[in-house]
Design a protein around this ligand. Structure first.
Ligand SMILES: Cc1cc2nc3c(=O)[nH]c(=O)nc-3n(C[C@H](O)[C@H](O)[C@H](O)COP(=O)(O)O)c2cc1C
Length: 321
């Protein structure tokens, strides 16, 4: 399936740098786009809300200036992630800002919405929606989205639990359009595997959280360097939504990461306020995906993408041999 026109001949590698609340800000997005991959950031990363307007202006200006100076280079479009859920009080305001700046691509999460899709289509943008289950994919397609992101097992943040081979094959039975796959992708070989399994784009978060341009502090980055896949706990305990967190940070917050109670929703989600359990330190729970086991250095985005490109080309040659 060809990519949407917006992405055709604009990418050096079939990759979207995934939106991540704490790590993302303009330097990361700009570095991803100028390296030839889509850079996405959550609208909610810009705080207060007025900052979104400034960020979008900064990113657009930086990408235009880079393109003017480097006419031979591909500069990928950028994307803004919108949480389309009643708990997001900023949605309408942030959508106005997105429309004002004609953001090329919007990635929606936690609820596809036909009004958002229509508003983005009206100025020529495209909308992808991220899903962890096939029925959510069907619902999003009914709302008119242009592409899907499949959140698979091992993905950082609010990931999914499905095996990517199984999930892609199931969704491909009813959707032939653009498909991105997320979950533990840190190598160009894995990007090639995404293509080989019948999807179009790799959606990569954690690898870029551990980059020079990522906004998280050194403590967070050092947790990523120390952890391996076995240190990631996919737990609904703290927020009520399954989230991949680093066990080292769970321990640092005073919990036993191997306590079976963490595999269940906490009482808070049943109406009892357990946030009193350890209120101050819950903000120190650190999200990351199972790809941490292949990350042992904090590198600039350009270097990460250059390695991914090299590995991707070698993997494709290997598949053809
Ligand atoms: C630190 C961190 C923060 C994240 N924040 C968000 C977010 O704000 N919105 C969102 O839609 N996804 C968020 N995600 C999920 C990513 O968009 C993406 O689905 C995931 O990182 C892909 O899996 P990977 O980390 O294994 O590459 C976050 C992921 C991480 C690691």
């Amino acid at each position: 399936m060809p990519l949407p026109t917006l992405l055709q001949n604009r990418l050096d590698l079939p990759v979207i740098g995934a939106p991540m609340l704490l790590p993302c800000s303009p330097p990361l997005t700009i570095a991803q786009c100028t390296s030839g991959i889509v850079g996405a950031f959550p609208a909610l990363s810009a705080r207060p809300a007025e900052q979104l307007d400034e960020w979008l202006a900064e990113i657009s200006e930086a990408l235009s200036a880079f393109a003017a100076k480097n006419p031979g280079k591909k500069v990928a479009p950028f994307a803004v992630n919108q949480i389309v859920h009643k708990t997001n009080p900023r949605l309408d305001r942030d959508m106005e800002t997105v429309i004002k700046h004609k953001v090329p691509m919007v990635v929606t999460s936690l609820g596809a919405n036909a009004d958002v899709v229509k508003a983005v289509h009206a100025y020529g943008g495209i909308v992808f929606h991220d899903v962890a289950q096939a029925r959510h994919a069907e619902r999003a397609l009914e709302q008119g989205v242009d592409g899907l992101v499949l959140l698979c097992a091992g993905a950082g943040g609010h990931g999914g639990s499905l095996n990517p081979f199984a999930f892609v094959a199931e969704v491909r039975r009813f959707w032939k359009g653009p498909l991105a796959v997320a979950g533990g992708i840190t190598t160009g070989d894995a990007v090639a595997a995404v293509r080989a399994m019948g999807a179009d784009l790799a959606y990569i978060g954690t690898r870029f959280a551990a980059s020079v341009e990522s906004r998280i502090d050194d403590n967070y980055k050092s947790h990523i360097l120390r952890c391996t896949a076995k240190d990631i706990l996919f737990t609904p305990y703290f927020s009520g939504v399954h989230t991949s967190l680093m066990k080292t940070s769970i321990a640092a917050c005073g919990f036993d990461p191997d306590d079976p109670k963490l595999l269940l929703k906490s009482d808070a989600t049943y109406g009892i306020d357990t946030t009193k359990e350890n209120p101050k330190r819950w903000t120190e729970l650190l999200a990351a995906g199972q790809g941490v086991g292949n990350i042992d250095a904090i590198l600039p985005v350009a270097g990460i993408v250059a390695t991914l490109k090299r590995e991707y080309a070698a993997a494709l040659d290997g598949l053809r041999a």
